[in-house]
Design a protein. Structure first.
Lengths: 305, 297
């Protein structure tokens, strides 16, 4: 009797646990794994995405990518954008975190306000900033007589990346600020006060005490902004849609087209599905490398502790 | 000696005062700068297109135009805001419910079974977090079409297909977060339920699930904001002018059809932002906490 019951219990347990795994494993296979494998296969074909004809062409797409000015420009632009954006977002976020953790009046209002842009989708805020850059700022520039602001900054190939960094910093800094705020609040107030009594100036305290103690928050925020900048799509689409046109390697290319947009446009705008897929695979490889670096940095930190 | 020490304190006090005045001014300026785009949206929502073309910077001549513009955009059949709002709510709520429950079940089973299979499965979920959307998005469309035809299920252009895709894309991170939390739930609680004759499913839903409450904030906020604002996946699975349309799709479609009608475009962005800002006013603490904890984990 006892044994019978235990046997039944064990079977019931196994069946339940199996059923608990089914939805996620099924979705994982059907949404991620199968498309991922099909995608790798597509990247070795010449499929245009419209016709049924698919021929395996080996590494031809991958070879084509590295001689295509459009892709190389998008890659370099993405790297440049990511570099400036990571610096801009984190510097702004850190300074903002210092401000809102000081004893200013209404710091809760400021914290809440700085976070708001982060709630809004890239399509919506990209459209708002398109209006600001194409209409508002030139009008302000003309009124003040500032030549550089009188023409739209997003139709000039030299300034368009800076404009995207501005928008992304506005959108993202409030979020990263909150991570820094949480980290600063975790640091004992006494340490800072002790240094203050010892005569350390404000900035000495920030650089010598606060920042080293926030190392973990910096690692998290750097990688978060790094991957997010690298994958940027929505704001790119809504703000500039890749434009304006500029010359690169003697060929006309899209000045502000980042990788994600370039991949999408290759497949759908220019009907080169297989080529777009091969670009996406390269994109994936770069992100894997970034993640591995992040994991190894986190690992080495754990050892230190 | 003591005189000297006092001097330093006095100096520090004065310096501190200067710094805090600077901080005060810095905060106010930054706040104005951060809120400026929202003011621009509000002001230009209340202007006519002629006013904006005439001078881009300016106050509305007649605030009655505000109502008129809102009515025009609200009733616009291309935008169809109410329908988009409904679709966005259905998709986000269903996705959140399914992702949260299914991921919690999986994480719990994976933690409680220490076999090499469960470890391998968990590692797979974690590794999949690296896969960018771009590398699966093209095959996903063709594959969902074939699979849908085979199963006689509408996977494309439907709520169901999109929600299922969100489960696939959202579950990895969600399982990871739940996994870390379930590990810290003492096994004794579950054993007690076991002895009392609770079924395995009962143990999960009555004992474990309620204990997961603190992580739900993180999971709901992280997934919720992403799904609510997502543009690319709905574009690919629903199409830009299908029957089902989320708010980002509606905004993009509206902007495409009203080239440079900035007053109406500003109204459309205003309507699109409103639901999430209202939610933020009421749940600010949870939203910020969820986002920060999600990043740190």
């Amino acid at each position: 009797m006892e044994k019978q019951k235990l046997f039944y219990g064990r079977r019931e347990r196994k069946i339940t646990e199996f059923l608990f795994l089914v939805p996620t494993v099924l979705a994982f296979l059907l949404v991620i794994i199968v498309p991922f494998i099909i995608g790798i296969y597509y990247s070795f074909t010449d499929w245009d995405g419209v016709n049924a004809a698919k021929n395996v062409v080996g590494l031809a797409n991958y070879r084509a990518i590295f001689t295509e000015p459009g892709f190389l420009h998008a890659f370099l632009t993405t790297v440049l954008f990511t570099l400036f954006n990571v610096i801009a977002v984190n510097v702004a976020a850190f300074l903002m975190a210092l401000l809102v953790t000081s004893n200013v009046k209404g710091r809760n209002l400021y914290r809440a306000g700085f976070f708001v842009p982060n709630l809004i989708g890239g399509i919506v805020l990209g459209s708002i900033w398109q209006f600001i850059f194409s209409s508002i700022l030139p009008a302000v520039g003309k009124a003040l007589g500032w030549g550089w602001l009188s023409a739209s900054l997003i139709t000039n190939p030299k300034t368009v990346v800076g404009a995207m960094v501005t928008v992304n910093t506005w959108q993202y800094a409030g979020y990263i600020m909150m991570i820094y705020v949480a980290s600063i609040q975790g640091i004992s107030q006494q340490v800072m006060e002790a240094a203050s009594v010892d005569g350390a100036t404000y900035w000495t305290r920030v650089f010598k005490i606060l920042m080293p103690l926030m190392a973990n928050a910096f690692t998290i925020s750097l990688f978060l902004t790094l991957t997010n900048s690298f994958k940027m799509y929505d704001v790119n689409l809504a703000l500039t849609n890749g434009g304006p046109t500029t010359l690169f390697m003697g060929k006309p290319v899209q000045a502000s087209e980042l990788l994600a947009l370039n991949i999408y446009n290759t497949a759908f705008k220019y009907s080169k599905m297989a080529l777009g897929q091969a670009k996406a695979v390269i994109f994936f490889v770069v992100l894997v490398v970034v993640s591995l670096v992040q994991v190894s940095i986190n690992k080495s930190k754990e050892v230190e502790m | 000696m003591s005189q000297n020490a006092l001097d330093i304190v006095g100096q520090n006090k004065a310096r501190q005062k200067r710094l805090s005045i600077l901080a005060e001014i810095g905060c106010i300026l930054l706040f104005i700068l951060f809120m400026m785009p929202f003011f621009i949206v509000l002001l230009n929502s209340a202007r006519t297109n002629a006013e904006i073309i005439n001078s881009a910077v300016g106050m509305p001549e007649n605030w009655a135009n505000f109502k008129e513009n809102i009515v025009a955009v609200w009733n616009n059949p291309t935008f169809n805001f109410l329908k988009a709002l409904k679709d966005s709510v259905i998709i986000t709520v269903l996705s959140l419910a399914i992702i949260s429950v299914c991921s919690a079940m999986t994480a719990w089973v994976l933690v409680r079974n220490k076999t090499k299979w469960s470890t391998a499965l968990f590692m797979m979920f974690v590794a999949a977090m690296v896969i960018p959307f771009q590398v699966v998005m093209f095959p996903l469309i063709t594959w969902f079409k074939d699979l849908g035809d085979f199963l006689h299920l509408p996977l494309l252009r439907s709520h169901g297909g999109l929600v299922f895709a969100y489960l696939g894309f959202g579950e990895s991170m969600t399982i990871f977060i739940f996994h870390g939390f379930v590990k810290n739930i003492p096994l004794e609680i579950e054993e007690a339920a076991d002895i009392d004759g609770c079924s395995r499913a009962g143990t999960f839903f009555r004992i474990v699930f309620p204990l997961l409450q603190p992580v739900f904030v993180t999971v709901l906020v992280l997934n919720g904001l992403w799904i609510w604002n997502d543009y690319l996946l709905p574009l690919l699975l629903l199409g830009s002018n299908g029957e089902v349309r989320t708010i980002p799709l509606a905004v993009q479609g509206f902007i495409g059809s009203f080239v440079k009608q900035w007053n109406l475009i500003m109204v459309s962005t205003l309507l699109a932002m409103l639901p999430i800002i209202i939610l933020y006013i009421f749940a600010q603490k949870y939203i910020v906490q969820g986002m920060v904890e999600g990043a740190v984990k």
